[in-house]
Design a protein around this ligand. Structure first.
Ligand code: 5GP
Ligand code: MN
Length: 318
C-alpha cells in the first residue's frame, strides 16, 4: 500500500526505476519525477528502459537514458516499476529487477497483477503521475522541474483532461502544479505541436486503412511493415493515431493493429463510452484500462484481425 511504499522509498539508498516498453508521457514523466525526487534526497537512482524515450519527450530534463545493458553489474536496494500492469511490460530490461533486493509496483491499471513485494495500485488515479505527486508531497517539495514531469504525465494520460479518468483530484493536483512556474502552453506545444513530418505522412497511410465493422460501431486501422518501409517512419510516430478511429460518430471501439513482424502483432484498443476494452485485451493475453488497452498476438496480421474482431464483436453486444 501507499504508506508501505513511502517507508521503503525513505529507507532505500539505491534504486532502479523502470519505464515500460514504448513509454508514453505517463511512464516517462512519472519515472523522471520519482528519480529526480529520490536523487534530491541523496539516493542513487538509475532508470532502466528496454528501448528509447520517444523524441517527443526529449524536452524533459534527464530524458536521455543510458542503455539498460550498462546496468547489468549493479545491485540495488529496490526495483521500482511505474505504470506497469505486469512485469512483462518492461520487456528484456526485466533481467535488472533481480539485481535488487526487493521490488515496488506503483500503478493505476485495474488489470495489475500485484507482481512486486510492495504493491500500490490505485485504479482511480488518472495517471501514475498523480500517485507520484502524492509521493513527492510526502518525501519533499515540488519544484518547477517536478511540476513539468507530473503535468506531462497527467495531460498525456487524460487526453488533456478529456477522458473519463479525469477527476476533481486531477484538477486539484494540476492547480498546485501551476503554482510552481510551469506554463501549460509551452508543455502543450512541446508535446502536441512538434510533430515530425514523417508522422503526418504515416498518418495519411494509416487513415487509408480505416475500415468499419458491426454497423460502424467498430473501427479498425493497421500499420503494416509495408507502410513503415514506404514512409521511412517508425511505429513510435503513430502515437495517438487510434484516436482518429475512435473520434468517428457512432464508433464505440477503435482498434489499431501494429505489424511489428510477420508473426507479432501488437493491438491497441480504445472505447468511447461503455465497452470495457481491458476485458477484451485480457481475453487476448494483454490488459490495460476500461477505455484504453492493448495486447500482443504471435500470429500473422490476417489471423490476428479475425481473432480480435471476433472477441470485440462479442463484447460490443454483451
Ligand atoms: P497503447 O494502446 O497506448 O499502447 O496502450 C493502451 C493501454 O493498454 C496502456 O495503459 C497500456 O499500459 C495497456 N497495454 C498495452 N499493451 C499491453 C499489453 O500487452 N499488456 C498489458 N497488460 N497492457 C497493455
Ligand atoms: Mn499510465
Amino acid at each position: 500500500m501507499k504508506n508501505e511504499v513511502i517507508a521503503k522509498l525513505k529507507e532505500g539508498k539505491t534504486f532502479v526505476l523502470f519505464m515500460h516498453l514504448r513509454p508514453d508521457g505517463d511512464s516517462v514523466g512519472s519515472s523522471l519525477a520519482l528519480a529526480y525526487m529520490l536523487r534530491k534526497l541523496g539516493k542513487e537512482v538509475d532508470i532502466a528502459l528496454d528501448g528509447e524515450v520517444p523524441e517527443l519527450y526529449h524536452f524533459l530534463p534527464g530524458s536521455t537514458i543510458e542503455s539498460w545493458l550498462n546496468l547489468k553489474n549493479k545491485s540495488y536496494d529496490f526495483a521500482v516499476f511505474l505504470d506497469c500492469g505486469d512485469r512483462d511490460r518492461v520487456g528484456e530490461a526485466q533481467a535488472i529487477a533481480s539485481q535488487a533486493k526487493e521490488s515496488i509496483n506503483i500503478d493505476h491499471h485495474p488489470t495489475n497483477t500485484h507482481f512486486a513485494d510492495y504493491n500500490w495500485v490505485d485504479a482511480s488515479a488518472a495517471a501514475v503521475g498523480e500517485m507520484v505527486y502524492e509521493l513527492i508531497k510526502e518525501l519533499g517539495e515540488l519544484d518547477q522541474t517536478l511540476a513539468t514531469y507530473i503535468y506531462t504525465a497527467i495531460i498525456t494520460d487524460t487526453g488533456n483532461f478529456m477522458y473519463e479518468n479525469t477527476t476533481g483530484k486531477t484538477h486539484t493536483i494540476t492547480a498546485d502544479l501551476l503554482k510552481h512556474g510551469i506554463k501549460p502552453s509551452s508543455i502543450a506545444q512541446a508535446v502536441y505541436e512538434n510533430v515530425p513530418v514523417e508522422s503526418l505522412l504515416l498518418l495519411t497511410e494509416v487513415l487509408n486503412t480505416l475500415k468499419f465493422h458491426s454497423n460502424r460501431c467498430i473501427a479498425t486501422m493497421e500499420l503494416t511493415q509495408d507502410i513503415l518501409k514506404r514512409t521511412g517512419a517508425s511505429s513510435l510516430d503513430a502515437e495517438g493515431f487510434i484516436n482518429y478511429a475512435r473520434s468517428v460518430k457512432g464508433v464505440e471501439i477503435a482498434i489499431l493493429f501494429y505489424e511489428d513482424s510477420e508473426s507479432s502483432i501488437r493491438v491497441s484498443f480504445r472505447s468511447k463510452t461503455y465497452v470495457d476494452v481491458a476485458r477484451i485485451a485480457s481475453i487476448l493475453g494483454g490488459g490495460g484500462h476500461a477505455r484504453a488497452a492493448g495486447c500482443t498476438l504471435n500470429m500473422p496480421l490476417e489471423e490476428a484481425k479475425i481473432m480480435v474482431l471476433e472477441v470485440s464483436t462479442r463484447e460490443l453486444k454483451a
